[in-house]
Design a protein around this ligand. Structure first.
Ligand code: PMV
Length: 359
């Protein structure tokens, strides 16, 4: 597949108005994407668990307008008009218009809501952009019916142009994005399902998100990605991501949780090490992020259980652990870790299976 394969031939059907609703989850990367080339092409391959509870539901209403001069849309979050979201959506529309040439033919009303609070410090871009991309693909499907495989690939391709990691949210439970020699059909253009067998240890894997800091990030992901250009350690980092993905293959096959922990925690800390060694440098972890990490290491040493952490581009901590150890981990969260969460807030999530069409 190349980018050109997603440019449609002139549409064969006409469509006046309608509406589609999709709900799409967030995802958490195990091997991180940090650094990109032009057109949202990742500098290295990444792999993520699709989440289940943290999701965005988006209804897209569309009606044909008399001219096709401009984009015309209104956007609402939880029922409230959000004009401040408009520039982001407009940029997204500009990027994808060549692939969806009907965008200027309709007025759109986008109504979106999240299962997690907007100000939780959890980025809604992955779930939000993938839900919107799926709604837009449902419109295209009415105009020119193509295969289910094409639908999902193109939806992921479009979501990527909205926010890179969004392309990993459409399906589950483990998604690879970025070309990797040992993963057949992996692509820089869209996410694909991890094609090999996954050991039962990873079924129902938990992700409890400890909300350490709900504030706006001081440095956006866009700026962070750009700082990987001319970064002194970029080359080694991108090679390391390829190696870690290769190593995860046998981990997923054999269910080796200790090896899983070593790779995942190293990836999280490497991501933040890249931030700290950028020029300008920055730190997104907070003191409570470190407190939690130390508690996790102590807990592991004392119990021999397989709780580990990963981090996004922020201060919140994702606790990853197998289903059969959940009860012991819940005790740790409630007895000790909750004290480090802002207002005691955390979100219980687990591995999920991707987006769903609601209507
Ligand atoms: O999708 P973006 O541009 O917001 O970048 C996300 C980057 C990380 O969340 C830090 C890592 C990842 O692979 O999801």
């Amino acid at each position: 597949m190349t980018e050109k394969d997603f440019i449609p031939k002139p549409y064969s059907s006409a469509l006046e108005k309608g509406s589609f609703t999709w709900s799409s989850p967030s995802n958490i990367a195990l091997v991180k994407y940090w650094g990109k080339k032009e057109n949202q092409i990742p500098a290295n391959p990444s792999i993520s668990f699709t989440l289940d509870a943290c999701k965005t539901t988006t209804e897209l209403k569309f009606s044909k307008k008399s001219n096709s001069c401009n984009y015309s849309f209104d956007i609402f979050l939880e029922g409230e008009k959000k004009d401040d979201f408009k520039p982001k959506i407009e940029t997204f529309f500009k990027r994808i218009e060549v692939y969806l040439p009907f965008l200027k033919d309709y007025h759109f009303v986008i109504e979106t809501s999240n299962t997690f609070p907007h100000s939780s410090g959890i980025a809604s871009s992955a779930s939000g952009m993938s839900a919107l991309a799926l709604c837009l693909m449902s419109v295209e499907k009415e105009l020119n019916n193509k295969s289910e495989e094409y639908f999902m690939q193109k939806a992921s391709f479009l979501a990527r142009l909205g926010s890179g990691s969004a392309c990993r949210s459409l399906e589950g439970d483990l998604i690879v994005w970025g070309k990797h020699n040992e993963i057949p059909n992996s692509s820089d253009l869209f996410g694909v399902k991890y094609p090999f067998k996954i050991h039962k240890n990873f079924k129902n894997y938990h992700d409890t998100i400890l909300l350490v800091d709900k504030g706006e990030k001081q440095v956006s992901s866009t700026i962070g990605h750009n700082l990987m250009h001319n970064h002194p350690y970029a080359k080694q980092r991108f090679e390391q991501a390829h190696d870690n993905l290769s190593k995860l293959k046998s981990v997923f096959k054999e269910g080796n949780l200790n090896e899983f922990i070593a790779i995942v925690e190293s990836e999280a800390l490497t991501l933040h090490a890249m931030m700290m060694t950028s020029m300008p440098y920055f730190i997104l972890m907070k003191p409570n992020t470190m407190e939690i990490i130390n508690k996790i290491w102590k807990f592991r040493q004392e119990t021999g259980l397989h709780l580990c952490f990963t981090l996004d581009a922020g201060a919140n901590v994702h606790l990853l652990y197998p289903e059969k150890e959940a009860e012991d981990v819940f005790k740790l969260i409630n007895n000790e870790l909750v004290a480090y969460c802002q207002n005691g807030h955390y979100i219980c999530d687990r591995i999920g299976f991707g987006a769903k069409k609601v209507k």
